[in-house]
Write a protein that binds this ligand. Structure first.
Ligand SMILES: NC(=O)c1ccc[n+]([C@@H]2O[C@H](COP(=O)([O-])OP(=O)(O)OC[C@H]3O[C@@H](n4cnc5c(N)ncnc54)[C@H](OP(=O)(O)O)[C@@H]3O)[C@@H](O)[C@H]2O)c1
Length: 271
């Protein structure tokens, strides 16, 4: 028998950055929990593939649309499209149950002295302003007093610093404080606000960070066991499926092989 999560069954879940990594895994996992999905990212053909996987996992409805969280117009258009699905003619009182602010990432590993304006600007635009824009646009659609949930994807980088990480650490520290501010602002609405902050996880994250250099990206995970996208997706479904009065505020999730940003247990390849 298919297992569904009561708070999520047939509920609308909106996921940004659903074309790869955590967002794609979240679409598959929320689909398996019986949720109806609204997926956004820039690479629409990938969204189409993820939508098919979520449907195969049992999602009763899956829709996708282009979204660039760095552009207010794109966010507005996306929420207009999403709103028409959430409150269709057969469902005039429809509401969004879960917003997953996942779109984001890092660019470069330059010291501040070597930093590139374009990398800094994109990191702030996606990880900080993107979360603000999406949340502002989605808030009118979120259910009140019904266990509705905003799940922001932060990072271990928001809690600690490392050389070459100044802009990304600052951006994810910004995401953490946005999460905390929202929890204060939304008190009394019933909307829960959570930040899920992963350590090393193998997705497209490092390939994007190193501008397509796959060999350099592979080095990041060499000899250790990173988190998988499914590890994070499972956690997102668990958090959103808690009873409506329970708020999981902040979750820091690291692989066992990672004690700190720089202290990682790497096994030598068997000779
Ligand atoms: N992997 C890790 O080690 C790790 C650790 C901690 C936190 N995180 C965070 O986890 C989140 C997901 O990353 P991931 O690891 O799953 O990496 P990923 O595989 O590169 O996924 C990033 C997702 O964000 C989307 N995205 C990027 N810029 C966007 C934009 N301007 N508008 C809309 N969507 C955008 C991408 O889609 P398109 O390119 O199709 O737009 C993609 O779907 C990010 O916020 C990242 O900072 C990752």
């Amino acid at each position: 028998m298919k297992q569904t999560t009561p708070l999520l069954h047939n509920q609308w879940v909106l996921i940004t950055g659903a074309s790869s990594g955590f967002g794609a895994a979240a679409a598959r996992a929320f689909g398996a929990a019986g949720a109806r999905l609204l997926l956004g990212a820039r690479r629409v053909p990938l969204l189409e593939q993820v939508a098919a996987q979520a449907r195969a996992n049992g999602a009763p409805e899956v829709h996708f649309h282009a979204l660039d969280v760095t552009q207010t117009d794109s966010v507005t258009q996306f929420m207009h499209w999403a709103g028409e699905l959430i409150q269709g003619p057969q469902n005039p009182a429809g509401r969004l149950q879960v917003l997953v602010n996942n779109a984001g990432g890092a660019l470069g590993l330059d010291t501040v002295a070597q930093g590139k304006d374009q990398d800094w600007e994109i990191m702030m635009q996606t990880n900080v302003l993107g979360v603000l824009r999406m949340t502002r646009a989605a808030l009118p659609w979120l259910a009140h007093n019904a266990g509705a949930t905003i799940l922001n994807i932060g990072s271990y980088a928001g809690h600690t610093a490392y050389e070459g990480g100044a802009a990304y650490c600052a951006a994810k520290a910004g995401e953490l404080q946005i999460t905390r501010s929202l929890r204060l602002e939304l008190l009394g609405t019933g909307i829960r606000v959570t930040t899920i902050d992963p350590g090393l996880a193998e997705t497209e994250f490092s390939v994007v960070r190193f501008h397509g250099d796959q060999a350099r990206a592979d080095k990041v995970y060499e000899g250790m066991t990173p988190l998988s996208p499914e590890d994070i997706a499972e956690t997102l479904v668990w958090v959103a499926g808690r009873p409506a009065h329970v708020n999981i505020d902040e979750l820091l999730i690291k692989p066992v092989d990672q004690a700190s940003m720089t202290k990682v247990n790497r096994r030598k390849p068997a000779s």
